[in-house]
Write a protein that binds this ligand. Sequence first.
Ligand SMILES: *[C@@H]1O[C@H](CO)[C@@H](O)[C@H](O)[C@H]1NC(C)=O
Ligand SMILES: *[C@@H]1O[C@H](CO)[C@@H](O)[C@H](O)[C@H]1NC(C)=O
Ligand SMILES: *[C@@H]1O[C@H](CO)[C@@H](O)[C@H](O)[C@H]1NC(C)=O
Length: 388
Amino acid sequence: MRICSERRRFLFLLPLLFFIPHLLSFLELHRDLTLQDHPNKRSKKFDHLVLGPAAGQGHPDRLQCSGTKALNSTHFPTIPHSANTEDNIHFVTVFTVYNASQDSKVISRSTDVVKVGDASYNKVERSMAVLNVFIDFIQVSMPQSNVIILTNPASDLPIRRDGVAVYPIQGEYSRDTLMLQRIRSYLSFLDARLAEQRRGPKNTDHYIFTDSDMAVVSDLGEIFQKHPNFHLALTFRNNKAQPLNSGFIAVRGTEDGILRAKAFLQEVLKIYSSKFMKASRMLGDQLALAWVVRSNRSFDARKFSKPETFIEEINGVSVLFLPCALYNWTPPEGAGQFHGMPMNVKVVHFKGSRKRLMLESWNFYRSSSSISDMLCLILSSGRTKYDF
Ligand SMILES: *[C@@H]1O[C@H](CO)[C@@H](O)[C@H](O)[C@H]1NC(C)=O
Ligand SMILES: *[C@@H]1O[C@H](CO)[C@@H](O)[C@H](O)[C@H]1NC(C)=O
Ligand SMILES: *[C@@H]1O[C@H](CO)[C@@H](O)[C@H](O)[C@H]1NC(C)=O
């Protein structure tokens, strides 16, 4: 593997950051295996869409598909929810410019170009494309919403789009501390919002902190309306070791909501720094989240086994628990049972090697104008491992 010695800047999308070095060594391995004509299906990653049968067929509450045609039309063109209310929803994501010359472990593959539809992308452009598609989906599903990108002040993101603001935050953006920095960035951002709120509350602004490899396919304003009393919302799944995914955290933008969400995140930061630094590159924040929630003796973790929304008071913070099945949907990894896609799924998370599928899905949506059909595409392809 070639080691980068040039001074070159790489833009990394947060989730990609952890996965690209793995993927590269993996591809390397795969190449070797094919050279030896060694059949190893599991290591195969595709550079084109691969569709299989859609899971969940015959289940009455799951999306039914015929190829990429949805038999249940569940997602209609958006009549913006937020247009009828005083509430604004802002999506907030952390995205950073990564200076490769400072990390000798980074493998230089900037010549490694992939094609998606009519476009070719090098590694940097791939990350930017994913970020842009993240914004595109929000602008389709929640046209009243803004996207706020929290970033390293040293980076100069080439993003100039309506409804998108770049917000630099001082911090420590090295690879090893990036997930820690992400929580710190959330906290700084909430501090600034609190100060603004105190200067004179206008409309209520709410914040949804997400990974950028997600597609919002439905209006999320209803979370805040249907559940008027929570301060902070998290997504959960039935997974003993990691019941909470850190890729989606919603905060009610009232003074009380921001204050309590901050207290909760500060506790997560404290636990992360004191207990999970060894896992900091990857899972530290998720482990710390779960620790904070479970450490409250009155919390009943059995609630994670059913995909139903519930509210719990954790150390004085009212936490809304939303099922990943709807608000952070991704096909189960590995040997997990796969029962298809709930009909009213709201957020699709293109975790791991599914970034190509995210871009392909957007292209498909642009030509079909049907979110439901696009969900069939995702459903029948979701367990495929792609080249990025
Ligand atoms: C979804 O579509 C299938 C096939 O047309 C149909 O049998 C089923 O009743 C539909 N489900 C709902 C909830 O509309
Ligand atoms: C990247 O690192 C190099 C070498 O340490 C330094 O000269 C350069 O200013 C850095 N660039 C940024 C954007 O941080
Ligand atoms: C658990 O949360 C409740 C409700 O906020 C709080 O009253 C209690 O003190 C917490 N218990 C522990 C052990 O932190």
